[in-house]
Design a protein around this ligand. Structure first.
Ligand SMILES: [Zn+2]
Length: 431
């Protein structure tokens, strides 16, 4: 990592990626039953795919393809798989991923680069507050990355604030890796038990699975909630098992840097063609250097924009803005495209809102009907429905229908039996 390609020019990075792309395509042709079939069915001449733009001639790979043809994606004998992982699929059954020895090295490289991007190096101690087993890739990858980087890790796992604070007191970690919404719980525990968390050894929090910033890179509500109480440096990351790559923020917090050795990214519009920089589209990835289950033009379903201008940190690798939502959850409201997190954001930032649930239905005009049912913490002195509509128009340019409901009724919808996550979005569209 002495000569980090991310500090080279954008042209050098692109040329490097295109060389790696040829290798990846040759490997798929030689070793992947799924992709060999795809190339043959669609008469794709791989010699003609020279540049990243040429990828558009190759069909996308969807989540359901992974589910229906899971075994055919494996490019090596089963005996070469060291570690088995599953991800949730869209059709019910989970998708199996197998990592070879080389894939684990690749993951180590990926996370070592990501941690380095967040300022970590030898001497730093990271407290891992995520699961390392349960068939997940992430925790294992973090462990391997820290080891590769020459830093130190404490594998506490998720939850249990008492054990987290005990560990922080004993081992004095400077960094935490966790799902960010755990931090308010950690702070609350500290406050209730007289722990002086603001003077603890922790100076840096690296978040996974949830964003900490808005599209303009200012902190979002969760980011502000953490930062107002605890003056730590916040770093957001974005990754997934299918990508086997992480987009990580540097100290300037201007989006997640792509590590070009690992992945090629296209941002695709609704017509399936690339959108200009700065415009939101679907993240489509081609993995580089994967041995077990490499993917070509895989549609992640995640929506965000690419920023290509150089970053203040000196890296010229492009960045991705925070994920605005999932493609499946996209809403068309009166000609405006939006995603549930944007609706949640308006409601979460309204002090008199206790709870809410967002319903989306088909409307006769062909666009979507959005009804927000809100429970109120208290009755404001003004018309709450009108005020909420004004807030929506100010932030999203459009306003959904709003119904005020008793808080316990909304609560029952938020927490149905068997659901582990609160339900805030109910999609009733047929499609
Ligand atoms: Zn940067």
């Amino acid at each position: 990592m002495n000569k980090d390609i991310e500090f080279e020019s954008a042209e050098t990075i692109r040329a490097y990626q295109e060389t790696r792309l040829h290798e990846a395509l040759d490997y798929l042709h030689a070793c992947s039953p799924y992709y060999r079939r795809l190339f043959s069915t669609h008469h794709i001449d791989l010699a003609g795919i020279r540049r990243i733009d040429d990828l558009q001639r190759i069909p996308f790979t969807e989540k359901k393809d992974l589910q229906l043809h899971n075994e055919d994606f494996r490019c090596c004998p089963k005996a070469k798989i060291v570690d088995y992982i599953t991800t949730s699929g869209t059709l019910g059954e989970p998708v199996t991923f197998g990592c070879t020895d080389r894939d684990l090295d690749r993951l180590a490289f990926n996370e070592a680069k990501s941690f380095a991007c967040a300022g970590l190096g030898p001497g730093n101690i990271l407290q891992l507050m995520t699961t390392i087993d349960k068939r997940f890739m992430a925790g294992l990858a973090y462990f391997l990355g820290i080891r590769r980087l020459g830093a130190s890790i404490i594998r506490v796992g998720n939850g249990i604030p008492e054990l987290q604070w005990d560990t922080i007191r004993r081992m004095q970690p400077d960094s935490i890796m966790c799902v960010p919404s755990f931090i308010p719980r950690l702070i609350q525990y500290a406050e209730e038990h007289g722990i002086d968390y603001t003077h603890s050894s922790v100076k840096r929090i690296i978040g996974i699975g949830e964003g900490l910033r808005n599209q303009d890179f200012t902190l979002n509500l969760l980011g502000r909630q953490i930062k107002e109480k605890w003056d730590v440096q916040l770093f957001a990351t974005y990754s997934s098992t299918e990508m086997g790559a992480t987009f990580s923020e540097c100290e300037y917090g201007q989006g997640g840097h792509c590590h070009p050795e690992l992945i090629i990214v296209e941002i695709i519009g609704e017509d399936g063609r690339p959108v200009p920089d700065g415009e939101v589209g679907e993240v489509v990835v081609t993995t580089l250097g994967v041995e077990g289950m490499p993917l070509l033009r895989f549609r992640t379903g995640d929506m965000c924009a690419r920023i290509s201008e150089p970053c203040q940190c000196g890296r010229n690798s492009f960045r991705l803005t925070p994920i605005v939502g999932r493609k499946n959850n996209m809403i068309k409201l009166k000609g405006t495209t939006l995603y549930p997190p944007a609706i949640n954001d308006v409601l979460d930032n309204t002090d008199y809102v206790q709870n809410y649930v967002v319903y989306v239905q088909d409307s006769e005009s062909g666009t979507d009907d959005v009804v927000v049912k809100v429970g109120l913490k208290y009755e404001p002195a003004y018309d709450a429905v009108k005020d909420l509509k004004d807030r929506f128009r100010a932030h999203l340019r459009v306003a959904p229908k709003i119904e005020v409901r008793p808080t316990d009724e909304v609560q029952r919808v938020n927490f149905p039996a068997k659901s582990r996550k609160p339900v805030k979005f109910i999609d009733q569209r047929k499609r």
